[in-house]
Design a binder for this molecule. Structure first.
Ligand SMILES: [Zn+2]
Length: 419
């Protein structure tokens, strides 16, 4: 152990109780999105920064959705690390089925309960605390550290991280992003599949339900289109070797964390028909049906090629049209990046965990940095009951993850190899 590591670990040990208090305060400051008003929760974080004499700014286009931005330079040149977490949460789900108050932030049997306690107020609290600890050591660090605690993440809206990377790129892109979304502390996520959302409309004449010879049925055509779209799931995927190797090596862990079948899903194109609207009355033949398809694209596949195949299927059906609602390219960061090594070594040292780099099925704000060519890594606690009753965080596990985050950031800002 170097003196700097010892000093950091001592600082964390001294702040543990306060950090748990910070998370409780954050949970009690509700910030459901929608509507996405995060002012109360952001104030909890800015109070913490102010009490630690850490300078920060609040930026963003919507005063209801503040983004906290802070940055400092180390004593000598070096790489620029950016820390990211979001302040908003999903709305409380099934309030009557919770055994604890969703806005109580109570610790019961070692777990802190509340909406957002797992996704991701604990991770954002870690990032804010970590920024303060390292700010206090800045005269012994290299490079630069930036904190981005953002709003508007749960709906992937424009006012949070997207606003920062578009309007404050110089400050927030950096050389490497560390994002603290929960998942499993035995995995570090270096890639995300990308969503491709398609809207398909079918228009026919429609008529009385007894006269099926008069008009094609829009709902029947839509059903046929859905069956044909299922062929997209059989697409051959030429995964980049580094991604394929990570999925193969991490398959058992991926299936353990995300249930059996997850590793296979990770490397495949998947189709979900998220919405379906058609028909007016049981005895009318529908003249309109609209569906929305959520297609998830793995690495190595061009979303435009999938769009063209979907368009080919849809265009075979009279009256059917296709619109692209949202399209992104799947990105990945190098699983051999130094940050992955720092997390692996520190997880082993702090908790005895063996950490595997794996891709992620769902999206996080990390994708916005990857889109701009910045290596981005997501590491956090076990996601527990996210978007479900009794969402909670295991405090003891969280305290280990806090140390792993902190030591890995310290390594990044002190080790020559990361330049
Ligand atoms: Zn989240």
């Amino acid at each position: 152990m170097t003196p700097l590591r010892d000093a950091l670990l001592a600082r964390i040990a001294g702040d543990e109780a306060a950090l748990v208090g910070l998370l409780g305060d954050l949970v009690r400051a509700a910030s459901p999105n929608p509507p996405g008003d995060t002012r109360a929760a952001a104030a909890v974080l800015t109070d913490w920064l102010s009490r630690h004499d850490v300078p920060f700014r609040v930026v963003g286009p919507d005063p209801l959705m503040p983004n906290i931005l802070a940055s400092f330079e180390g004593a000598r040149p070096g790489p620029h690390l950016v820390l990211n977490g979001h302040i908003d949460t999903f709305p409380t789900v099934g309030a009557h089925r919770w055994t604890q108050d969703p806005l109580g932030g109570a610790v019961v049997d070692g777990r802190l309960y509340g909406t957002g306690s797992s996704d991701m107020k604990q991770g954002t609290a870690s990032m804010v605390a970590l920024f303060c600890w390292l700010y206090g050591m800045r005269d012994r660090l290299a490079g630069r550290l930036t904190l981005t605690a953002v709003s508007d993440e749960e709906t992937f809206g424009p006012n949070g991280a997207r606003y920062l990377v578009e309007h404050h790129a110089e400050e927030v892109l950096g050389d490497c992003l560390l994002n603290a979304e929960p998942g499993a502390p035995t995995t570090v996520r270096f890639a995300e599949k990308s969503p491709l959302w398609l809207g398909i409309d079918v228009q026919t004449m429609g008529c009385h339900g007894a006269y099926t010879h008069k008009s094609p049925s829009a709902t029947k055509i839509a059903a046929t289109i859905i069956e044909e779209l299922a062929a997209l799931e059989e697409t051959d995927v030429p995964l980049p070797p580094a991604v394929a190797e990570a999925i193969a090596a991490g398959a058992a862990e991926i299936d353990r964390v995300h249930l059996a079948g997850a590793a296979r899903t990770m490397g495949a194109v998947t189709l979900n028909i998220g919405t379906w609207q058609g028909g007016v009355l049981v005895n009318m033949l529908p003249g309109h049906c609209a569906i929305e398809a959520d297609i998830r694209i793995p690495w190595g596949i061009d979303p435009d090629a999938i769009v063209e195949r979907a368009r080919g299927i849809v265009s075979r059906h009279e009256g059917a049209t296709l619109r692209v609602l949202s399209k992104q390219s799947p990105r990945w960061s190098d699983p051999a990046h130094p940050m992955v090594g720092h997390i692996q070594r520190n997880a082993e040292a702090v908790a005895g965990w063996s950490v595997r780099p794996i891709p992620s099925l769902a999206g996080t704000d990390s994708r916005l940095w990857r889109e701009r060519g910045v290596p981005a890594f997501t590491y956090g606690t076990t996601a527990t009951n996210v978007a479900m009753p009794d969402e909670n965080t295991d405090v003891a596990e969280w305290m280990k993850v806090v140390r792993i985050h902190a030591l890995s950031a310290l390594d990044y800002l002190t080790k020559e190899t990361d330049r």
